[in-house]
Design a protein around this ligand. Structure first.
Ligand code: SF4
Length: 313
């Protein structure tokens, strides 16, 4: 189904997270008016997914939310709506309100479930609150929940992220849950930039960040999550606004490479490995990054690792 995304940058956020500048990340500085959304949907004949990203949709005044949702609900029959929002702006009353519209997906930007990390990032809630809100959405019978986690946050490490996935998998059980993984970047003008410049925060490098997310991908796949995205969408404003951090247009692909290398080594510590041909670029791309990681994980020389891989159709 075709997706039509709209960005509501930092709209009505309950507080300012230390790393965030949605305008820089998305390249969208101005909130689209409902009329713009109506125009964008006009003429559509096939069902589509209208997505409200980039902010805290359900933190807006109810009449404003209603305006947006009513416009989106005029899309062709069987169309659906995806909303990304803040965990503090989700409660039974909000879910009841959303159920009047064809909202099918509700994503919560929870970043982390660890209190120390949430505190350092000024997220404004605890891990227990995030768990409660994710559970609320997951327990609804009509919504598919989504969670957005981050890597490389102040005070965070890979084991904290893996624990987050474990807790979320417990909430999920055998129900669907979607997942996005974003790296924390140091953006110009944010409080995180000050922490970085003062030496209080050091972001992980690109390789480290890709391995971090790769471990999360592997665990998430094992637990049955649907992985929607790893890494940020590259935009001109993002490129201009990044001061430090794992900024790489193919970070998601590197993370998938590492997840593949991990699963191969898990399957057979020293090979040989049969790998679908469609995964070839995951191992050979970016200067053999995946092959190099496989060599490192298996403690086998890279030339030998290459000989141990056979491609299957
Ligand atoms: S990360 Fe999300 S909640 Fe925090 S300031 Fe940015 S848009 Fe708002």
């Amino acid at each position: 189904m075709r997706r039509i995304p709209f960005f509501l940058p930092m709209k009505d956020c309950p507080n300012r997270c230390v790393y965030c500048d949605q305008r820089t990340i998305t390249g969208h500085g101005v909130q689209p008016a409902p009329g713009e959304i109506r125009r964008a949907l006009q003429g559509a004949v096939e069902p589509l997914e209208t997505c409200f990203f980039g902010g805290s949709f359900t933190c807006q005044p109810m009449d404003r939310q209603e305006e947006y949702l009513e416009v989106a609900a005029q899309a062709p029959a069987s169309s659906r709506i995806r909303i990304s929002t803040h965990p503090l702006c989700v409660d039974p009353g909000i879910l009841d309100f959303l159920s009047r519209f064809p909202v099918r997906f509700l994503e919560l930007g929870i970043s982390s479930l660890e209190d120390k990390v949430l505190n350092l990032c000024n997220r404004g809630y605890t891990g227990a609150t995030a768990v409660e809100r994710v559970s609320l959405v997951t327990d609804s019978t009509w919504l598919v929940p989504g969670v957005q986690l981050m890597t490389g946050l102040p005070g965070q490490d890979p084991s904290s992220s893996l624990e987050d996935i474990r807790v979320l998998a417990e909430i999920k059980g055998d129900r669907p849950m979607q997942l996005r993984i974003y790296p924390c970047l140091v953006l110009r003008g944010t409080p995180l930039e000050e922490l970085f410049l003062s030496g209080s925060y050091t972001p992980p490098g690109i390789d480290e960040s890709a391995r971090w997310a790769g471990r999360m991908i592997r665990k998430a796949r094992e637990s049955g999550f649907e992985l929607l995205r790893v890494g940020l969408q590259e935009t001109a404003s993002l490129g201009e606004g990044v001061v430090a951090g794992p900024h790489h247009p193919a970070l998601g692909e590197l993370a998938r490479s590492y997840a593949l290398a991990l699963s191969l080594v898990h399957r057979a510590r020293s090979g040989p490995w049969s790998v679908p041909l469609s995964y070839r670029s995951l191992l050979s791309g970016h200067g053999n990054w995946g092959f190099r990681e496989l060599a490192s994980l298996s403690e086998i020389a890279i030339d030998e690792v290459k000989r141990l891989v056979t491609w299957t159709r």
